[in-house]
Ligand binder design. Structure first.
Ligand SMILES: [Zn+2]
Ligand SMILES: [Zn+2]
Length: 434
């Protein structure tokens, strides 16, 4: 792990030794602490062996019992158990399993930190002591580490409570993978009075001890669609009697690609991928209907909504050309379209500054924009904020596999780093905005 070293003064002055021993139970209000910079204090608490062991224990417990979207009951109970232990108040349930905790004065300004709790329907292939105990479910996206890091931040901030200049809202949300959790948490009032929001996601491409992000457009908006094209079946040897839905669906797929190659600005990246095509069941019958489906992505909100409208128009038009009808579904009732993740420049700069204090300037990367998506974007649609990627790559512990791989694992050395960045972000935001 490459947290910046504690200042040597810590080790050369006797009274600090005593403070080190008491740090996890004594609020940071005495005169000694005021001589320390807050950053050093945050790193010291995060890096304390007691904290590190606890962070690992929490992450491993969550890892052993992964739960899917809106079923995170055990994970939620674990979070509440730890918050109770720390004496931190919370509201629950929000969005079925979500928890909203608060640390600080209870007064403005309010700044929010967010972690997601859900796992994936994947069979874990990593053989280790704390492997998933639930067949077919796995924390393959690092959300177990996200919860642990946010609980770590809660612990640090609770230690610094008496010097907090406002309120930190800790958001533990369900169902990121399905994309509905953030929106439901917002409906539950989680952003009430919140001025700024911050979240961390683990990233296997970056080594442990480094972080990456970018201002502005970072991750794409994401939508899915399904179109049922209804025609008229017939004997395949007498095609003139049919309204061929397979031909209509095929023409739709070709025309959808033209939206990207002929209508979209080449400098405004967009994607349409048709990844499903189901029709027919035999060789000599033209079926009555065909179903296609896929995903579409864009970085700019306007491009995203134009793309959605044009997908509908193209499929409807191509179906009509081939004497068929179409029924389109964007699944907005089950799960709203995920907007693009756009990092607010001012909050990005704040996150950059506090990250430099924890990992050092040379360990900060400017991340490229990518076509993936994150439901953290729902919060960013309402309040300024930023998403930060935190490196977990470490060849020696095998954390080199991508998110959603059955071999995915995190380097647990990331836990105190993430906890420290979370806490530093919130603490210094409140200091700068009172
Ligand atoms: Zn994921
Ligand atoms: Zn994730």
């Amino acid at each position: 792990m490459t947290l910046k070293p504690w200042p040597t003064i810590l080790f050369s002055m006797k009274p600090f030794h005593l403070y080190l021993i008491l740090c996890l139970t004594v609020p940071a209000t005495n005169a000694l602490v005021q001589d320390l910079s807050i950053k050093d204090e945050i790193v010291r608490i995060a890096n304390h062996p007691k904290t590190v062991n606890w962070l690992k224990k929490v992450r491993r417990e969550i890892h052993e019992y992964p739960e899917l979207a809106f079923e995170e009951f055990r994970t939620s109970a674990l979070i509440r158990r730890e918050l109770d232990e720390m004496g931190i108040e919370y509201r629950w349930p929000v969005a079925e399993t979500g928890v909203i905790a608060k640390v600080g004065t209870g007064l403005s300004p309010f700044v929010a930190l967010r972690a997601d709790m859900d796992a994936l329907p994947i069979q874990e292939m990593v053989e280790w002591e704390h492997k998933s105990k639930t067949d077919g479910k796995m924390h393959a996206c690092g959300h177990d580490a996200h919860v642990s890091m946010l609980l770590g931040a809660a612990r640090i901030l609770k230690n610094l409570q008496d010097s907090l200049r406002g309120t930190v809202v800790l958001i533990f949300q369900p169902a990121e993978e399905r994309g509905g959790g953030a929106a439901r948490m917002i409906q539950g009032g989680v952003l009430e009075n919140v001025e700024a929001i911050f979240s961390i996601h683990t990233a296997y491409l970056y080594p442990t001890g480094t972080v990456a992000s970018r201002p502005g457009e970072f991750l794409a908006g994401c939508g899915v669609f399904k179109a049922q094209i209804n025609g008229r079946g017939s004997d395949a040897a007498i095609p003139q009697r049919s309204f061929d839905p397979i031909l209509a669906a095929s023409a739709s797929i070709i025309s959808l690609q033209n939206l990207i190659s002929r209508e979209a600005d080449p400098l405004d990246s967009q994607v349409i991928s048709v990844s499903k095509f189901h029709s027919g069941s035999t060789y000599d019958v033209i079926p009555d209907s065909a179903t296609i489906g896929g995903t579409f992505r864009a970085f700019r909100k306007k491009s995203f909504s134009i793309l959605k409208r044009r997908i509908g128009e193209v499929i409807e038009g191509q179906a009509a050309v081939h004497r068929c009808s179409s029924k389109l579904d964007f699944f907005e009732e089950e799960c709203a379209l995920i907007p693009p993740t756009i990092n607010d420049e001012r909050i990005y700069n704040h996150a950059h500054k506090v990250s430099v204090e924890i990992v050092g300037e040379k360990n900060i990367h400017l991340a490229p924009a990518v076509m993936g998506s994150e439901d953290f974007a729902f919060y960013l649609d309402q309040v300024p904020g930023t998403l930060l990627l935190i490196g977990v790559r470490n060849e020696t512990v095998g954390s080199v596999h991508p998110q959603h791989s059955p071999y995915f694992t995190v380097d647990e050395d990331v836990l105190p780093i993430g906890a420290a960045i979370h806490a530093n972000f919130a603490y210094s935001y409140l200091i700068n905005h009172t």
